[in-house]
Unconditional design. Structure first.
Ligand SMILES: CN1c2c(nc(N)[nH]c2=O)NC[C@@H]1CNc1ccc(C(=O)N[C@@H](CCC(=O)N[C@@H](CCC(=O)N[C@@H](CCC(=O)O)C(=O)O)C(=O)O)C(=O)O)cc1
Ligand SMILES: N[C@@H](CCS)C(=O)O
Ligand SMILES: [Zn+2]
Length: 774
C-alpha cells in the first residue's frame, strides 16, 4: 500500500521542553525519573502528531537525549575505554561521553554532513567490541507499540556509524564490521518479534564519494541482516545515489528511500533499476528548509514515478529527517502573514506528506483545497515585490566583474600590522563571545517583551561590555573583544539588521545536545540599511588601549546557518551578503578598529558532499569572503575563525581566503588538525584552539602546555596565536576566567622561554586543585 511517512521528527519539543529538562538535570534540579518523563511525553506527543496528520507509520528511534548517533553508540555498548564505563552504558555514562568528565574530554563533536547539526563522533580501534544494550531503543519501541502505533524504527546504518567513527590512522575500520553486525542482528530479530512494521536504516554516507571497499560492504551487511529483520527501508539522504542504482537494486532490502529535494535528477536512474516488487520511497517534502512544498510539482514527480513503478509500492516522505526544521509554524503569530504563508515547519510538513499521498491515490480533486491554497501562496511569493531590490542586483552585477584581493601580499601586510599593533610573541586572544549570563539574557527578553526601553537595554549591554573588558585586562589578554553580549546568536543578530531577512519567534532547531539555534530566514535580496556592530565595538575600544577585535559573521556562515530562499542561486545570495558585510568591515576600519574578525565556521559545512561539485562552491565561497574582507588597508589585520569541521580537504581554499590570522578548533582532536595545516605549509598566522569550550571541563595546565608545545613543533612561534577553540558564550564566568588564566599564563611562560632561547626547558605551571566541572 502507498504509505506516507517522515524520516524523523524534531525531538527538542515545540517549547524546547527537552532542552529545559536536560539543563535542569545536568544542574541537579531534575532527577533521571523526571527527565525520562519529559522524554516519554515528547515522544508520545510526536507520535500522536504523526498519526493525527494521517501518516501510516510513526518513527521510533529518532528521539535522543543528546544525539542520535550517540544513541547507537550506547545501544551497541561502544563506549571508548578511556571513559572507564561499565559495558552497559547508562544515562549518566551517555552524558559523560557527550559532555566530558574531570578525567576525560568529551567525544569529538562533528558536523552531520552539510547541516548545522552536530553529532558525537564514536571512537573505535582494534580492541572495540560490541554488544546489544537492551536498555536503549527497545523500551521506546514497546512504548510506541503499546500506544497502538504502526512503528518504523529508525537506526543509523552500520556502515554510516562506522564510517563516521574516528580510528587510529593505520586501522581499517571495516575490519570491525562483522563484530558490529552481531548486536544489529540480535536487535533486528527482537524488533521482528515485537511486530515492528519496518526498520529504516539511515545511510547518508551513500551521498559521499565512497571507496569501493565500503560500497562492496553494503551487500554483505544487508545480506546478513535482512533475513532476521522486519522489512528494511534503506534511506539515502542529502544527495543523489544515481551512480549506485544498480548496486542498490541488488541488495536484499524491502525498500529504498531517495532524497528528491537534494537529488531530483536521480529518479530516472533509480526507476531504471529498482525492482517493481519493492518499495520506492520518494522524499519530496524538504526536510532541510522551511519553504512550503509546491504540491503540484511534487505530485507531478510522484505521478511520473507511478507510471514506471507500481503505485502501491511507492511511499511518500520527507527528503530527510525533519530534525533540521522548526516545530510548528502556528506559533509564529508575529511573522508577517505574507511570509508565513510561504512556509511550512515540521508539523505542517506532516500534513504536506499526507496530502500528497491522498492526491496521488485519489487524484487532484481529493486535495483541491490544499492545491488551491498552495497555488495562491506560491503565486503570491513569485510576484512579491519584497523579494527583489534593483539596487542590490545592480551592485552585485558590478562587483562580479572583478576578483577581490588585498593590496599587498601577506608578508608585507604582516610587517605593517606588527608595527601598528605592537603585539608580543604568541599573542593571546579569545574567539569573540563571553558568557551570555542570566542578566544579559533576561535584559534581552525584557526588551523584546517591551518591559524595558532601548536605553535601559543598551545600558545593560554596555555594562556587560565594560565588565568583559575589565576581566580581559585583569587576565592580561593581548587582543581584546567586546564579548558579543548584545548578540542573541552570531547569525540571528545580523539577520535582524539586514534587509531581506525575516526572524521567527519560536523557530528553534537543535544544534547539539541541549543547544538550539533560531536560523533567520533569507526571503529577499540582502542589503545593510545601517551599521550593525559599530556602536558596540567603538564603545568597547573606548575602554581600552589594547587592540580590540571587531567581530562579524562571514557571508558563507550567514548563508549556511540561515534558511535560504530557493528562488535565487545560493552563490548570488552569498554575493549579496558579502557586499553588505563589506560595508560593515569598512565602517569598522574607518572607526579605527585595527583588527576585524570575520567568522566563517560554516565554510566547510557548505562544501558539497560530492567531490565533483566542490570546486565551483569553493570558488564562489572564497570570492565572497575576499569581497567582504579585502577592501581594507594593509595595516588592518583580518582574522577568521572556523570550528567543528574537518578542514583538511579544503586547506587550499582556506589559504586562498588570505586572512591574516585564522583561529581553528583543534583541542578535541588533540591538535591533529594542526598537523594538516603544517603539512600544507599554511602561510599566514594560526591560532589553534588550546581548549574545548563546549565542555564545562577545566583544561589542566599540563594539557594546555602539551598542546601549545605540539603547536610550536609545527608552526613557527612568530606565526602562532594562543586562544580557546571557539566562543565562550555557553560557559559561566568562573570557569571561563579560570581556563583563560591558565592559558595566558602558559603563553607567558613559553614567550619568556622562547625569547630567552630556552624552549625545551619550559615546564607547565603547577596544577591548581579545583576543577570547574559542572
Ligand atoms: C558556534 N555555533 C553556532 C552555530 N549556529 C549558530 N546559528 N550560531 C552559533 O553560535 N553552529 C555551530 C555552533 C553551535 N554552537 C552553539 C552554541 C551555543 C548555542 C546556544 O547557546 N543557543 C542558545 C540560544 C541562543 C539564543 O538565541 N539566545 C537568545 C534567546 C534566549 C532564550 O531562550 N530566551 C528565553 C528567555 C530567557 C530569559 O532569560 O528570560 C526565551 O526567549 O524564551 C537570547 O540570548 O536572546 C540555547 O539556549 O540553546 C547554540 C549553538
Ligand atoms: N565569534 C563567535 C564565533 C563562534 S563560531 C563566538 O565567539 O561565539
Ligand atoms: Zn567557533
Amino acid at each position: 500500500m502507498t504509505q506516507a511517512h517522515i524520516l524523523g521528527f524534531p525531538r527538542i519539543g515545540a517549547q524546547r521542553e527537552l532542552k529545559t529538562a536536560l539543563e535542569a538535570h545536568w544542574q541537579g534540579r531534575l532527577d533521571e525519573t523526571g527527565l525520562r518523563a519529559v522524554g516519554a511525553q515528547l515522544r508520545r506527543e510526536h507520535w500522536q502528531q504523526q498519526r493525527d496528520a494521517g501518516l501510516d507509520l510513526v518513527c521510533v528511534g529518532d528521539f535522543a537525549w543528546y544525539d542520535h548517533l550517540h544513541n547507537a553508540t550506547a545501544l551497541f555498548s561502544a563506549a571508548p575505554t578511556r571513559f572507564g564505563l561499565p559495558r552497559s552504558i547508562d544515562l549518566a555514562g551517555y552524558f559523560a561521553m557527550a559532555r566530558g568528565t574531570e578525567a576525560q574530554p568529551a567525544l569529538a563533536m562533528k558536523k552531520w554532513f552539510d547541516t548545522n547539526y552536530h553529532y558525537l563522533q564514536p571512537e573505535v580501534d582494534e580492541s572495540t567490541r560490541f554488544a546489544l544494550n537492551r536498555d536503549w531503543l527497545l523500551p521506546e519501541v514497546r512504548e510506541a507499540l503499546s500506544l497502538g502505533h504502526a512503528v518504523k524504527v529508525v537506526l543509523p546504518g552500520p556502515l554510516t556509524w562506522l564510517w563516521l567513527a574516528s580510528a587510529p590512522t593505520a586501522f581499517d575500520k571495516l575490519s570491525l564490521l562483522s563484530l558490529l553486525l552481531n548486536p544489529y542482528f540480535v536487535l533486528l530479530a527482537e524488533l521482528n518479534a515485537l511486530g515492528v512494521a519496518s526498520v529504516q536504516f539511515d545511510e547518508p554516507i551513500l551521498a559521499l564519494d565512497l571507496p569501493d571497499a565500503w560500497l562492496d560492504a553494503y551487500r554483505s551487511v544487508y545480506r546478513e541482516l535482512a533475513p532476521v529483520a522486519p522489512p528494511i527501508l534503506l534511506a539515502t539522504l542529502f544527495g543523489s545515489v544515481a551512480e549506485h542504482a544498480a548496486r542498490l537494486s541488488e541488495l536484499p532490502i524491502a525498500g529504498l528511500h531517495l532524497d528528491l529535494v537534494r537529488g531530483p535528477d536521480q529518479l530516472d536512474a533509480l526507476l531504471d533499476h529498482w525492482p517493481a516488487q519493492r518499495v520506492l520511497s520518494l522524499g519530496v517534502v524538504d526536510g532541510r528548509n522551511l519553504w512550503r512544498c509546491d504540491l503540484r510539482a511534487a505530485l507531478a514527480t510522484l505521478r511520473r514515478a507511478a507510471q514506471r513503478h507500481p503505485l502501491d509500492r511507492l511511499w511518500i516522505g520527507s527528503s530527510c529527517s525533519l530534525l533540521h526544521v522548526p516545530h510548528d509554524l502556528r506559533q509564529e503569530q508575529e511573522l508577517a502573514p505574507e511570509l508565513r504563508d510561504w512556509m511550512a515547519f515540521a508539523t505542517q510538513k506532516l500534513d504536506e506528506v499526507a496530502t500528497l499521498r491522498r492526491g496521488l491515490i485519489h487524484g487532484d480533486a481529493a486535495i483541491a483545497d490544499a492545491l488551491n491554497d498552495t497555488d495562491r501562496a506560491l503565486d503570491q511569493r513569485r510576484r512579491a515585490a519584497t523579494t527583489h531590490c534593483a539596487e542590490v542586483r545592480e551592485r552585485c552585477a558590478r562587483s562580479g566583474e572583478r576578483r577581490a584581493g588585498r593590496a599587498s601580499a601577506f608578508a608585507q601586510r604582516a610587517a605593517k600590522q606588527r608595527a601598528a599593533l605592537n603585539l608580543p610573541l604568541l599573542p593571546t586572544t579569545t574567539i569573540g563571545s563571553f558568557p551570555q549570563t542570566a542578566p544579559i539574557r533576561a535584559a534581552r527578553a525584557a526588551y523584546r517583551q517591551q518591559r524595558i526601553d532601548r536605553a535601559a537595554y543598551e545600558a545593560t549591554m554596555q555594562h556587560a561590555i565594560r565588565d568583559a573588558i575589565e576581566r580581559q585586562h585583569a587576565l592580561g589578554l593581548d587582543v581584546l573583544v567586546h564579548g558579543e553580549a548584545e548578540r542573541n546568536d552570531m547569525v540571528e543578530y545580523f539577520g535582524e539588521q539586514l534587509s531581506g531577512f525575516a526572524l521567527t519567534a519560536h523557530g528553534w532547531v537543535q544544534s547539539y545536545g541541549s543547544r538550539c539555534v533560531k536560523p533567520p530566514v533569507i526571503y529577499g535580496d540582502v542589503s545593510r540599511p545601517a551599521p550593525m556592530t559599530l556602536q558596540w565595538t567603538r564603545y568597547a575600544q573606548s575602554l581600552t588601549d589594547k587592540p580590540l577585535k571587531g567581530m562579524l559573521t562571514g557571508p558563507i556562515t550567514m548563508l549556511c546557518w540561515s534558511f535560504v530562499r530557493d528562488d535565487v542561486p545560493r552563490h548570488e545570495v552569498a554575493l549579496q551578503l558579502a557586499l553588505a558585510l563589506r560595508d560593515e568591515v569598512q565602517d569598522l576600519e574607518q572607526a579605527g578598529i585595527g583588527i576585524i574578525q570575520i567568522d566563517e565556521p560554516a565554510i566547510r559545512e557548505g562544501l558539497p558532499l560530492k567531490q565533483a561539485d566542490r570546486a565551483a562552491y569553493l570558488d564562489w565561497a572564497v570570492h565572497a569572503f575576499r569581497l567582504t574582507s579585502c577592501g581594507v588597508d594593509d595595516a588592518t589585520q583580518i582574522h577568521t575563525h572556523m570550528c567543528y569541521s574537518e578542514f583538511r580537504d579544503i586547506l587550499p581554499a582556506i589559504a586562498a581566503l588570505d586572512a591574516d590570522v585564522i583561529t581553528i578548533e583543534t583541542s578535541r582532536s588533540r591538535m591533529a588538525l594542526l598537523d594538516a595545516f603544517a603539512e600544507f605549509a599554511y602561510p599566514n598566522d594560526i591560532g589553534p584552539g588550546l581548549y574545548d569550550i563546549h565542555s564545562p571541563r577545566l583544561p589542566s595546565p599540563d594539557e594546555l602546555h602539551a598542546l601549545l608545545r605540539r603547536a610550536l613543533d609545527v608552526i613557527p612561534a612568530e606565526r602562532l596565536w594562543v586562544n580557546p577553540d571557539c566562543g565562550l558564550k555557553t560557559r559561566a564566568w568562573p570557569e571561563t576566567e579560570a581556563a583563560l588564566q591558565r592559558m595566558v599564563s602558559i603563553a607567558a611562560q613559553w614567550r619568556r622561554q622562547l625569547s630567552a632561547g630556552e624552549a625545551a626547558a619550559v615546564k607547565p605551571v603547577a596544577a591548581e586543585t579545583s576543577s570547574a566541572f559542572d
